[in-house]
Design a protein around this ligand. Structure first.
Ligand code: 0X9
Ligand code: ZN
Length: 327
């Protein structure tokens, strides 16, 4: 073996599929990765495009499904461009789900649950963090009347849009946009949720950083009607994410746990009728912040897969009527 290969293997182990999961990847890499996963196991994985970004990029989604009448969950990553650990997690999450199914199809959660994964929602912003500004957060839309680019996609949803914790100034990092769902990336996610509301039992959206499990509401300090449900699975998720490496998260309603902020996708999904809805703020707590070293991708994958197992079970419980869904 050549010395270069050894170095490569040591610093960046390749998974069985040849992809390097413990490095960050460009949009183009991630997009081709979606084609590769669907081609690898076409009877399990389907690639769909849920929409096209402002700059014309496809927003791909992978659906892992074994029966069309199973209940479903939606997992998305990369709402905010600079939060690179989020798309990295969505990819290793899919890899692990596929590995588990391929090694033991009868025991896989995929026999009971359909899992939709959008690895990068804000595709233009994400690409921009690779080429121009590592700390870019928003979309890359540009409208007449302002010199500034971008809308905060997590202030652009139809959830008390333009309310507290969001800004009407186009140059603000929390600009809510010219109208609700003005951003094609946000509209694509919202349409998917509306069009699949009958099957969707849980929505989990991955952000960074802060190590938090947040549930509705963030647009008001009022508690959600099913607060006890939301809190029940948040506690389980907190224990699960801690179990691997003792990583400490905090949990609670968004408005009191992080801040009041209207227009978020978690509140939108919940009010649209998805009974379990969570925003997860991944590692860390601020030491490296958005610039999380790639050597933390692997442990984040392990501990966060544990968290997702709780979400899988929550979705199945709700579907079975064990815990009452939204009234
Ligand atoms: O402010 C946000 O959008 C999220 N934090 S981040 O640092 N990743 O930007 C928190 C979102 C919590 N949920 C809602 N505000 N709806
Ligand atoms: Zn974020």
């Amino acid at each position: 073996m050549a010395i270069d290969d050894q170095v490569q293997t040591k610093s960046s182990p390749r998974a069985s599929d040849g992809y390097v999961y413990d490095q960050y990847h460009t949009y183009d890499d991630i997009n081709s990765w979606t084609f590769d996963r669907a081609n690898e196991n076409p009877s399990l994985v389907t690639r769909n495009v849920i929409g096209t970004s402002w700059e014309g990029r496809q927003i791909p989604m992978l659906t892992l499904q074994t029966a069309s009448d199973n209940p479903a969950i939606l997992v998305d990553c990369g709402f905010h461009a600079r939060e690179w650990i989020s798309p990295a997690f969505c990819q290793c999450y899919v890899r692990q789900l596929m590995d588990e199914y391929e090694s033991s199809s009868s025991t896989s959660v995929l026999n009971k649950l359909t899992i939709h994964v959008i690895p990068v929602v804000n595709v233009d912003g994400y690409q921009y963090t690779w080429t121009n500004d590592r700390l870019w957060r928003k979309t890359r839309s540009k409208r007449a009347g302002s010199v500034c680019y971008g809308v905060d996609p997590n202030r652009n949803c139809d959830a008390r849009w333009s309310g507290p914790g969001s800004s009407g100034s186009p140059c603000s990092e929390t600009y809510y946009g010219p109208e609700k769902e003005s951003e094609p990336e946000v509209y694509a996610v919202a349409e998917f949720i509306r069009n699949n509301i009958g099957s969707l039992k849980a929505y989990v959206t991955f952000h960074a950083y802060g190590q938090m499990i947040l549930y509705p509401y963030s647009y008001t300090t009022d508690l959600a009607a099913t607060n006890d449900n939301l809190d029940y699975y948040a506690v389980q998720a907190y224990q699960a994410v801690k179990s691997a490496y003792n990583t400490r998260y905090i949990y609670g309603p968004g408005a009191e746990t992080i801040y009041l902020a209207a227009g978020g996708s978690d509140d939108f999904a919940y009010d649209a009728g998805v009974p379990l809805s969570y925003t997860i703020e991944l590692r860390d707590k601020g030491k490296d912040g958005f610039i999380l070293p790639p050597d933390q991708i692997a442990p984040v994958c392990v501990e966060t897969f544990n968290l997702m197992k709780v979400m899988h079970q929550g979705a199945l419980d709700i579907d079975a009527g064990i815990i009452d869904p939204v009234q």
